[in-house]
Ligand binder design. Structure first.
Ligand code: LMR
Length: 401
């Protein structure tokens, strides 16, 4: 019956993690998937998360179904964190927010909604972008195109090329943007460049779709959401998907959100209703635990303060690892590594080719995504020198060949 089922070639990011976990070498370093490791090389359980778990366990509640749209306190907390607690659209109920199965769930849910209500709109995303964006959007039946993003050197934004494409997009095209910590390149637009993008979006009646998976890992919790808040001030309709996998270190709990900014509370209520209808067709309702943890932290002042400090500490550690890798690399090989400290967030594009990445994995046990993307959060004070040596080795080999 199933003899015609083809082998799955694997996911470009998740398969690397599978390979890393079964690699029996003692000296191995995972810089592939976007997981934040602490300086001891451990995925942390945040103290604020631990405190919230203790609070929740003190008042056990039955494991009933959540509503299709998720926990009300969580949905409110998402809106205040993403859009700002004082935004009139938040206080007036103009934003339709549902709790989703991680950020991926939010993107796919938005895609299904776009397919239903903007059936003629194609989505435009940066080239490159997170590998899974295309899959999540196309699997909902959307047409997906790209706008240029990376410069010729492969380590900064080619803003002119990006703008000239955005200026040609048909009315109501959906433009996928990352407000900060661009995955996979680490290259972000400046606030001034975002202003120019927003002006085009407004002028050409485009529909922004903002994907924010690393709030707080770039410049800060409010700063990283800056482009979203500017669009809100301009009264633009938009989709915002967000994920708490990274900034709460809650990957496996699948905590995300989808928000749709509408013109009125009445419209937002209808949008929530239709999102619920789509959710019911796929998974009925989201998982409860992660949403309850996040809602407890964000609505309890002491826990929230602790969490904000923990996010700031993770951000600072990544910045210090960027500097450490840059100086270790520059000390070992004559190679301009300043891009590491110019880029921001969890990832950097190293410019290494797929063959060089394969060599690093095989010869040195250092795992990167084959696009040359490195996860800065996998570096620590004990492995950074060795990682620099492996990159220096690759660069020297490149020069010799
Ligand atoms: C990544 O880009 O590595 C993360 O967002 C994890 C994933 O699911 O790909």
């Amino acid at each position: 019956m199933f003899n015609n089922v083809e082998a799955y070639p694997g996911d470009p990011i998740l398969s690397l993690l599978e390979g890393f976990l079964v690699d029996s070498r003692e000296q191995k370093t995972n810089l592939s998937i976007g997981l934040y490791y602490d300086d001891q090389g451990q995925i942390p359980i945040l103290e604020s998360v631990q405190q919230a778990k203790t609070l929740l366990q003190a008042n056990p509640a039955p494991h009933t179904y959540l509503p299709m749209e998720g926990v009300a306190a969580y949905r409110d907390a998402v809106q205040r964190l993403v859009f700002g607690a004082d935004a009139p659209q938040v206080t007036d109920g103009q934003i339709a927010t549902v709790q989703t199965v991680g950020g991926s769930g939010a993107i796919h849910l938005a895609a299904r909604f776009i397919k239903q209500y903007l059936p003629d709109s194609a989505v435009w995303m940066s080239d490159p972008t997170w590998d899974n964006h295309r899959t999540l959007l196309e699997s909902a039946g959307l047409a997906v195109n790209t706008y240029p993003y990376l410069n010729a050197a492969g380590n900064g934004v080619d803003f002119d090329a990006m703008l000239s494409t955005l200026q040609t997009l048909p009315l109501h095209s959906v433009v996928l943007l990352q407000p900060s910590c661009h995955n996979p390149t680490g290259c972000d637009l400046t606030p001034e460049q975002f202003d120019e993008v927003i002006a085009i979006v407004e002028h050409r009646n485009l529909v922004p779709f903002i994907d924010m998976a690393y709030q707080g890992f770039g410049e800060g919790l409010n700063e990283d959401a800056g482009p979203i808040r500017k669009m809100l001030q301009k009264g633009l309709p938009m989709f915002v998907s967000n994920s708490f996998s990274k900034n709460f270190s809650l990957y496996g709990e699948r905590v995300g959100g989808l928000s749709v900014v509408c013109d009125s509370k009445h419209v937002a209520d209808n949008v929530v209703g239709q999102l619920k209808a789509i959710v019911r067709k796929i998974y009925s309702s989201p998982p409860a635990f992660g949403g309850q943890v996040v809602a407890t932290i964000l609505s309890t002042p002491q826990l929230r303060a602790n969490w904000e400090n923990e996010v700031a500490a993770m951000q600072a550690r990544m910045v210090s690892m960027r500097h450490a890798l840059r100086s270790a690399l520059e000390a070992q090989v004559d190679y301009p590594a300043d891009f590491l400290t110019r880029q921001s967030g969890m990832f950097s594009y190293t410019g290494l080719s797929a063959t060089e990445v394969d060599y690093m994995r095989e010869a040195h046990g250092v795992y990167l995504v084959r696009s040359g993307r490195i996860c800065i959060a996998g570096l620590n004070s004990r492995n950074v020198e060795a990682v620099a040596s492996s990159i220096a080795d690759v660069i020297s080999r490149r020069r010799r060949s």
